[in-house]
Design a protein around this ligand. Structure first.
Ligand code: AMP
Length: 223
């Protein structure tokens, strides 16, 4: 099944996408993770993207499209995927259809994680990310066993530069102006599922899995 997760920064798209991808046995494709990898590796694309990311602005569509087109050329996406952080405006939603038409794919379901502003700010300001495997933690909601160390791979955790208060505010503005219309785009296509996502991460994941089962009860879901 090909699923897009939508919602503001802090809605839990990254956390839910990673877990959902594991349960469904399909790849998790996050444009934010792919961009951060390019920045860390110092590629030309990463150098161009960094200044936008640091300011909490969207990276120009052309750069993200190039990166995502490359990712969808890999064969693993043919058995399904969870897309996280893309599309972030309606132009990207249309571009995505073009990218997917190459390998003959389509989006089956867009899940909108509906989250209150209070929860968003609380989640983002406490978010910690593993510098090696990208696992997400939260200083109070989901702390690692050992302070600032990843449970999964023992690498150091860090706070994302764009999770500082001022940048969070900018990202929310960008989301409201540019990304929120994507919800209507998928609603008009009849594939949008809205889900209240203020609750605890595992409870939200269970609700997403229920949606997947409603859509396709033959889908094999790992425990
Ligand atoms: P995320 O990890 O999804 O919160 O993304 C972090 C940052 O990467 C965003 O604030 C943008 O600067 C950039 N970014 C991620 N995905 C996209 C996208 N689809 N289009 C443009 N910029 C993006």
């Amino acid at each position: 099944m090909n699923i897009v997760l939508l919602g503001p920064p802090g809605a839990g798209k990254g956390t839910q996408s990673k877990r959902l991808a594991e349960r469904l046995g399909v790849p998790h494709i996050s444009t934010g993770d792919l961009l951060r990898k390019n920045v860390t590796e110092g590629t030309g694309l990463g150098r161009e993207a960094k200044s936008y990311m640091d300011k909490g602005l969207l990276v120009p569509d052309e750069l993200v499209t190039r990166m995502l087109t490359g990712r969808f050329e890999q064969k693993d996406v043919r058995s399904g995927f969870i897309l996280d952080g893309y599309p972030r405006n309606t132009a990207q939603a249309k571009t995505l259809e073009g990218i997917l038409s190459g390998p003959g794919l389509d989006i089956d379901m867009a899940v909108y994680l509906d989250t209150s502003e209070e929860v968003i700010v609380q989640r983002l300001s406490g978010r910690l990310v593993c510098s090696k495997c990208g696992a997400n933690y939260h200083s109070t909601n989901m702390p690692p066993k050992k302070e600032m160390v990843c449970d999964a791979c023992s690498a150091a955790l860090y706070q994302r530069a764009d999770d500082k208060e001022e940048t969070i505010r900018r990202r929310l503005e960008v989301y409201n102006n540019e990304s929120a219309p994507v919800i209507d785009y998928y609603s008009a296509k009849g594939i949008l599922k809205r889900l209240a996502a203020d609750g605890e991460a595992m409870a939200v994941l269970d609700k997403i899995i229920d949606l997947v089962r409603e859509e396709d009860d033959s889908f094999k879901i790992q425990k």
